[in-house]
Design a protein around this ligand. Structure first.
Ligand code: ADP
Length: 284
C-alpha cells in the first residue's frame, strides 16, 4: 500500500512570499491499483508526483510504500525523454537494472514488440513519430516491472486514436505486471477510461476533494458511451468542482455538458447507473 500524507508543500515565490502548492493531501493506493489524479492546471499534480517519486523531498509530510519510502518506481513524463544518440532498444535498456544482461535484452525486445515496435529496435528516436516515441517511453517504464508507476500526463497532445492505442497498451502491461499506478491527467475522460479510482484535487493548494471508484468494466475506451455517461453525470453532480476541468478539455462546451449530464443522471440513459456512480466519496 502506498500512503501519501503531505501536510504542506511550499515553493519559494519569486516575490519573496512562499507559494503553498499542496496542503493536507492524503491519498492511498492499494497494491496493483490504478489511481488517476485530476485537477485544474496549477493545482499541484506534477508537484505531487515529484514528491512521491523522490525528485522533491522538501515538504512536510511522509510518503511510504509498505512502510518505507518507495524505491522500486518507474516514471513516464509528458515528454518521452529519449536519448537521440541511442537506438530504440538501447533507450529502453538504459534504465534496466543491472543483472542478467541477456535476459534484460530479451525482456526489452518483448516489451517493444508488444508496443508494435519490433521493426524499429535499431532505429534512432529522430526517425520515429510522436506516438512511437511515447511507446518507447512506455516500454522503458515497464522494463524493471516496478512496484509503483508514476505517470505525468504521458499521452497529452496526441491525436485520440493514438492516445487510445497507447492507453490500451498501458492497461495490458499494467495488468500483466501488477504495478500500482498513480496517473496524473487534466483529461477527465482519460481518467475515467483508465482508473480503478479517480481522485480530484482542489485548486491550489491542492488536496483530494473527491475520491471516486470507477466501476466500469474493462477494457474501456475514453469515447465509449459508458465513460461518456459517467463523465456527464459527474459534471452534473459536481459542476463547481469539475468546471475548471471541463473547460480545460479541448472541444468541450461545459454548459452543454452540464445540461446533458443532468439529463443523463436523471434518466440513466447513458451508461449503467452513471448518476449513482458519479457520487463518489468526499474526502475530509
Ligand atoms: P500542475 O501539475 O497541477 O499543473 P504544478 O505541480 O506544476 O501544477 O504546480 C503547482 C504550483 O506550484 C503552480 O502554481 C506552479 O507555478 C508552482 N510551482 C511548480 N514548480 C515550482 C518551482 N520549482 N518553483 C516555484 N513554484 C513552482
Amino acid at each position: 500500500m502506498l500512503e501519501i500524507r503531505i501536510d504542506r508543500k511550499r515553493y519559494p515565490d519569486r516575490g519573496g512570499r512562499p507559494h503553498l502548492a499542496l496542503s493536507g493531501l492524503r491519498l492511498d493506493v492499494a497494491r496493483g491499483e490504478f489511481v488517476c489524479v485530476v485537477g485544474p492546471s496549477g493545482c499541484g499534480k506534477s508537484t505531487l508526483l515529484n514528491i512521491v517519486g523522490g525528485l522533491d523531498r522538501d515538504m512536510d509530510g511522509r510518503v511510504t510504500m509498505n512502510g518505507a519510502f518507495p524505491e522500486d518506481v518507474g516514471f513516464m513524463f509528458q515528454e518521452p525523454r529519449l536519448m537521440p544518440w541511442m537506438s530504440v532498444l538501447d533507450n529502453v535498456l538504459l534504465v534496466a537494472r543491472a543483472g542478467d544482461a541477456a535476459r534484460q535484452r530479451e525482456r526489452a525486445i518483448a516489451l517493444l514488440r508488444a508496443m508494435e515496435l519490433g521493426d524499429v529496435l535499431d532505429a534512432y528516436p529522430t526517425r520515429l513519430s510522436g506516438g512511437m516515441m511515447r511507446r518507447v517511453a512506455l516500454a522503458r517504464a515497464f522494463i524493471n516491472e516496478p512496484a509503483l508507476l508514476l505517470m505525468d500526463e504521458p499521452f497529452v497532445s496526441l491525436d485520440s486514436p493514438t492516445a487510445n492505442r497507447l492507453r490500451e497498451m498501458l492497461v495490458e502491461q499494467w495488468q500483466r505486471c501488477g504495478a500500482s499506478v498513480l496517473f496524473v491527467t487534466h483529461d477527465l475522460r482519460e481518467a475515467l477510461a483508465l482508473g480503478d479510482r479517480v481522485c480530484f484535487l482542489s485548486a491550489a493548494p491542492g488536496r483530494v476533494v473527491l475520491d471516486l471508484p470507477v466501476e466500469l468494466a474493462r477494457p474501456r475506451d475514453a469515447a465509449a458511451p459508458a465513460v461518456d455517461g459517467l463523465y456527464q453525470a459527474l459534471l452534473a453532480r459536481h459542476p463547481e468542482l469539475l468546471g475548471g476541468l471541463a473547460s480545460a478539455e479541448s472541444g468541450c462546451d461545459r454548459k452543454a455538458a452540464v445540461a446533458s449530464g443532468a439529463q443523463a443522471a436523471g434518466s440513466g440513459a447513458s451508461g449503467s447507473d452513471a448518476g449513482g456512480q458519479a457520487q463518489g466519496r468526499a474526502a475530509q
